[in-house]
Design a protein around this ligand. Structure first.
Ligand code: GDP
Ligand code: MG
Length: 442
């Protein structure tokens, strides 16, 4: 990974004074190679290494860092800068609805994103509406309708069987319908082509001029790597956009697309799409992506390890118990919570990755203090009580609360949670495979 390569190239240097030009150039070569390997567009690599070189030569090596750490830090800071600095925000209309238009090549993930955005916004208390202005592909309207249904938001679509529709008209009608029905956000899905072509750009421009979007989001498949720079330039010049959405970040894209696009267009990446499900969606954080570019290899393998060890050990134990007809006890519940705690230590590191799917969500909901309380409560029970929670009458609960430094209502809440987990384990039978964690709070 990049930070190892930087460190290796500066091995043996002592931590004082300025870095020599020869040392810096050796490192810069390494950085250039790493970025090209990560599929970053050549002009972006050139700019980037130029700036890192300048800073590395100009800066006094800090006492706290060795030269390698110092350069890693410079590279990290520059990466964050190129990626847009702070986490980007959508522009909101003064008079709702806020109009968001999606643009990008066919297959980039626009329609999928429309559903993800809508679902997310709905969960934030907004009332989004989707508009099907892709009339290019026969199935496109239907696809958006399905997506809208999943997200639980209405979709404005042209009447079926009404001949060939006009996407500009549909977009306009959609936005005015959204305004009339007092939706506060309207997301306009548009058509793309496999390649960049003038007819598509003209259509996108016409839709833009008809609906005056507050935000035009350029959706791009992260897997296309440095090609993203060229496509982004074409869309910037053809339609213009205010923000970028990187899709398919769940694949093995290495950050090349992200750097290439922001390096070339100076537009922030606002969201990341990380899978085919509506929940596979997150805000894009430049500092996390920078961390990912610097350290991806290590962190990925750590996560894989953690996932493997949890799934196997715990799943086998539970499957064995349940197969023997034994019940899920408070002891087992505690075991599951402790597994979660182990992984919680990884939480911070995992936070650097935009790409954790369901596993990440469980950790997000996980609270260290919470686990500490659960441990204290269960450890204040006698073995008999742990094996049979029905023994836990009022006076025993009061004793446990005293013993664990918690309150009776906290003990009650825990037992409620345990009962739910137990119920779930019973209905699941031996089917623990897949690593569900019924003990997970939240
Ligand atoms: P559009 O042509 O730009 O509207 O693209 P679609 O939304 O139809 O997506 C094209 C294909 O990519 C579909 O099969 C989607 O399920 C898939 N897709 C979209 N976003 C993602 C993503 O973030 N990750 C993965 N793995 N697949 C995605
Ligand atoms: Mg589409």
């Amino acid at each position: 990974n990049l930070s190892d390569r930087i460190t290796a190239s500066l091995k043996g240097l002592r931590g004082h004074g300025r870095l020599s030009e020869a040392d810096v150039d050796k490192t810069i070569r390494e950085i250039r190679r790493a970025l090209l390997d990560a599929d970053v567009a050549v002009p972006v690599v050139r700019d980037f290494t130029g700036r890192v070189r300048e800073r590395a030569l100009g800066e006094e090596v800090s006492k706290a860092l060795n030269p390698a750490q110092q350069v890693v830090k410079i590279v990290h800071d520059e990466l964050v800068d190129v990626l847009g600095g702070a986490t980007g925000e959508l522009a909101w209309a003064k008079n709702p609805p806020t109009v968001i238009m999606l643009a990008g090549l066919q297959g980039a993930g626009k329609t999928t994103l429309a559903g993800k955005l809508a679902r997310w916004m709905k969960s934030e208390g907004h009332t989004p509406m989707l508009v099907a202005a892709d009339l290019q592909r026969p199935n496109a309207v239907n696809q958006l309708q399905i997506v809208g249904e999943r997200a639980g938001v209405p979709v404005f679509a042209p009447e079926p069987g009404n001949g060939v529709g006009d996407p500009v008209l549909v977009a306009m009608n959609g936005v005015s319908t959204a305004r009339f029905q007092q939706h506060d956000i309207v997301i306009v899905d548009t058509a793309g082509r496999l390649g960049i072509d003038e007819e598509m750009m003209q259509q996108a421009r016409d839709i833009r001029d008809a609906v005056h979007p507050d935000d035009t989001l350029f959706v791009v498949d992260a897997m296309i790597g440095q090609d993203a720079a060229r496509v982004a330039e074409a869309f910037r010049d053809g339609v213009g956009f205010t923000g970028v959405v990187l899709s398919k970040l769940d694949g093995d894209a290495r950050g090349g697309a992200a750097l290439s696009i922001t390096g070339v267009t100076q537009r922030p990446i606002l969201f990341a799409s990380t899978g085919e499900q509506l929940g596979d969606f997150e805000r894009f954080h430049p500092d996390r992506m920078a961390g990912r570019i610097l350290d991806m290899g290590d962190v990925m393998s750590l996560i894989e390890q953690a996932e493997r060890s949890f799934d196997q050990a715990e799943a086998e134990k539970m499957a064995g118990k349940l197969a023997k007809g034994e019940d899920f006890t408070l002891e087992d519940f505690l075991g599951q919570m402790q597994q979660l705690k182990k992984m919680g230590n990884l939480k911070k590191m995992l936070g650097m990755l935009p790409n954790m799917g369901q596993f990440r969500e469980q950790l997000e909901n996980f609270d260290e203090k919470d686990i500490g309380r659960v441990e204290a409560i269960i450890q204040s029970m006698t073995p008999a009580e742990r094996n049979d929670s029905k023994l836990l009458n009022g006076s025993r609960r009061a004793r446990i609360a005293r013993g664990s430094g918690t309150s009776v209502s906290e003990v009650n809440a825990l037992l409620e949670r345990f009962k739910q987990a137990q119920q779930m384990m019973r209905t699941m039978g031996g089917g623990m495979a897949g690593g569900g964690m019924p003990g997970a709070p939240g």
